[in-house]
Design a protein around this ligand. Structure first.
Ligand SMILES: *Cc1c(COP(=O)(O)O)cnc(C)c1O
Length: 247
């Protein structure tokens, strides 16, 4: 039953991605689907991975730990998309996260670099930008993003690959679109600066409710949870409403 539901949902999402690409004259191959797997158990994630998906995103280090063994037999790439506390950095490395999409402050980059240097490792990162101006969300302010990119580029263990944002939760499409336009504009601005070691070709934006708008505005990764795995038992505020000053 659940297997059938997940497979059907995946088909619908892939179709939605394809249609949005066609509408905006983009090649569907340019847009990757990231499975947002917070609160989703190993069995369900495996169904999606065995159905051909290869990319998952987790918000909590604890969940990465818990699912690590269970997912080890299926090929996948793992991105971190939640708020990262510096005391969890060692686990991010130990549990083989491939990319941190939520780098949003200098201190986090600094601590990451220290740890990675010690272990002679590197990490792909995205800079998370707060394009919606909502206090409840993490991310560097758009006006400060370029500075942060320059600073992060100075850490040789961190490879900047793109930008990430969570769009505004609003039924008004134009307001959601504005967030994605802000991220795209930032990408252009950063590219124009020609900063050594900076590659911001990836734009991670768009979720279950707004992926079409995000694709029209240039998303290369859409992060989808509920539309594939069903409703979560915890509200998203559990993941996003942590106070900003908890660092
Ligand atoms: C949960 C989550 C998503 C997916 O949200 P859905 O509405 O379930 O598709 C995307 N990005 C982040 C950062 C998330 O925490």
């Amino acid at each position: 039953m659940i297997e059938k539901m997940i497979r059907e949902n995946l088909k619908v999402i892939l179709k939605r991605i394809e249609r949005a690409c066609i509408k905006s004259n983009r090649d569907p191959k340019e847009v990757r689907l990231l499975l947002a797997t917070k609160t989703v158990g190993v069995e369900k994630i495996k169904i999606a991975l065995e159905g051909g998906q290869t990319l998952i995103g987790e918000n909590k280090v604890q969940e990465i730990k818990e699912k690590y063994e269970g997912l080890s037999s299926v090929f996948h790439e793992k991105h971190f998309i939640g708020h990262l506390q510096t005391n969890k950095i060692k686990d991010i490395i130990r549990y083989e996260v491939n990319c941190i999409q939520s780098v949003d402050r200098l201190n986090l980059a600094l601590k990451l670099d220290q740890r990675l240097s010690r272990e002679s490792k590197e990490m792909d990162v995205f800079i998370q930008v707060n394009t919606s101006n909502e206090d409840s969300k993490f991310g560097v302010q758009p006006e400060e993003a370029l500075d942060l990119v320059r600073q992060v580029a100075g850490f040789k263990t961190l490879n900047i690959r793109g930008l990430m944002t969570i769009g505004l939760f609003s039924a008004e499409e134009s307001r959601v679109r504005k967030c994605f336009k802000t991220l795209k504009a930032l990408q252009r601005e950063i590219i124009a600066q020609n900063i050594p070691r900076v590659d911001v070709s990836e734009l991670s934006m768009g979720m279950s409710g707004d992926l079409e708008v995000a694709i029209e505005e240039g998303a290369t990764i859409v992060r989808v949870g509920t539309a594939i795995f069903g409703e979560r038992e915890y509200p998203d505020s559990y993941y996003w409403n942590e106070r900003k000053n908890i660092r």
